[in-house]
Design a binder for this molecule. Structure first.
Ligand code: UDP
Length: 411
């Protein structure tokens, strides 16, 4: 386990001392996080790192994962898509199955959740758990990781009936916040600079990783790492690449991704991507297992240009991960990506494949500028998006709910 002390060199003494001071007020408190997948996606990524650090600070922290059948995850994925703005009709039995699944999970988790001082419920999948704990002891917080700025109203209305029962909600950016009659907190996610996904790697490891996938490191490489999900726009990335293939014939595209346990659409999108890529030998579609953290790290370090061309994005940890490796990212001009990339300064925000192609070309031909932007990007992450800042925000929030409770809007 990585000790909190190891972060001193990266974030400084003051940050570590402050975390200890805050945690003293929470020593021995029972804190439970609940989400719907142990692996895959940003939420699991964060909880894997955050929960052990809370424990090191003397907090009795735990992480539970709810279980569900195929229909449950089909429903929650549809709900996720509708909350992010797609118009969908979801059949009534799927709503009933969602409620029933959370009832079963409530039964399984009843001892942990009833007595907890603080419960963090992540995203819509477990949101209706709260209905089954009318006599809860602690404060319950709904932590929303997705972009619900323009939801399909009927689905938001359905979810909102549960959300209003919580003591507080957390959103990643101000633009996602919805009118809810309880305190709203704005806490962006974070990355762990010492995890296998982000720690320093030697050049030889990076080169070997690319070689093992049969990718030529002497020719330019564009990379996007994402679950196979339409909101990540892998097809748009392929179009951007194709626009550049004529002027830059040596260009290679790497689309690397895996599947999350709670995402039933991954395989379909993966097949679509393969078919749009056709037989182009310079497009490398890599299906990565969930534990491929060092591989992701090496791919990010070795790429010339990193894209995250999402068309909806709650935050996009992959953007911060790449920026931490001193890469300017070309990101979709949406959601949480907008608070990470300062356009033209630490990367570029784009709306179309054409825009992405233009910026890729610019960075390929302006190496000095690319390095300068990369350095600024890394510094921006150090100040804003490391796990120590995230931990501080959560500790402050817990203290405010347990001790002062009222009238706090933002950390
Ligand atoms: N990730 C990974 N392997 C993959 C695809 C993604 O480890 O094949 C990681 C990625 O590095 C990041 C997280 O999963 O840490 C994805 O988080 P993000 O916020 O970018 O997107 P989400 O999947 O939560 O929508």
């Amino acid at each position: 386990m990585i000790s909190l002390e190891s972060y001193r060199d990266i974030v400084g003494d003051d940050v570590i001392s402050y975390l200890h001071q805050l945690a003293d007020l929470l020593r021995g408190r029972r804190v439970v996080h609940v989400n719907s997948t142990k692996v895959g996606g940003g939420v699991a990524e964060i909880l894997q790192r955050l929960v052990p650090l809370m424990q090191q600070l003397g907090i009795d922290a735990d992480w539970k994962v709810i279980k569900g059948n195929d229909d449950f995850f089909k429903f929650t994925k549809s709900m996720h898509n509708a909350l992010q703005g797609n118009r969908l009709h979801i059949p009534k039995p799927l709503f009933e199955n969602y409620e029933e699944t959370n009832r079963e999970n409530a039964e399984l988790l009843k001892d942990e959740l009833k007595e907890a001082d603080i419960v963090f419920i992540h995203d819509p999948q477990p949101a209706s758990l709260i209905d089954f704990f009318p006599k809860r002891k602690g404060k319950w917080i709904w932590r929303c990781h997705i972009d619900i700025s323009k939801p399909q109203r009927s689905i938001w209305k359905y979810l909102r009936q549960y959300v209003v029962k919580y003591d507080a909600s957390i959103f990643s950016t101000v633009s996602f916040a919805q009118p809810i009659p309880h305190p709203l907190y704005i806490i962006p996610p974070s990355i762990d600079p010492l995890s296998d996904k982000n720690r320093e790697l030697d050049d030889e490891y990076v080169l070997r990783t690319y070689k093992e996938f049969g990718i030529n490191v002497d020719s330019p490489i564009i990379l996007q790492i994402s679950r196979f999900d339409r909101f990540k726009d892998p097809i748009g990335v392929i179009y951007a690449y194709k626009l550049l293939k004529k002027p830059v014939p040596a260009l290679q595209l790497v689309l690397a991704g895996g599947m999350a346990d709670d995402d039933p659409e991954g395989q379909i999108v993966y097949n679509e991507v393969r078919s749009v890529a056709e037989e182009d030998k310079d497009i490398h579609i890599l299906l990565l297992p969930p534990e491929a953290n060092l591989t992701v790290n090496a791919l990010q370090r070795g790429a010339d240009i990193i894209l995250q061309k999402s068309i909806k994005e709650g935050f996009g940890l992959t953007v911060t991960e790449a920026m931490w490796k001193a890469k300017p990212v070309i990101g979709g001009n949406v959601g949480g990506i907008k608070i990470q990339i300062t356009d033209h300064h630490t990367g570029f925000l784009v709306d179309t494949p054409e825009g992405a192609a233009l910026r890729i070309r610019y960075l390929l031909y302006h190496k000095f500028k690319k390095e300068e932007m990369g350095r600024k990007a890394k510094e921006f992450v150090r100040r804003n998006f490391l796990i120590t800042r995230h931990l501080r925000d959560y500790l402050t929030l817990m203290i405010s709910l347990l001790y002062f409770a009222k009238d706090r809007i933002e950390l």
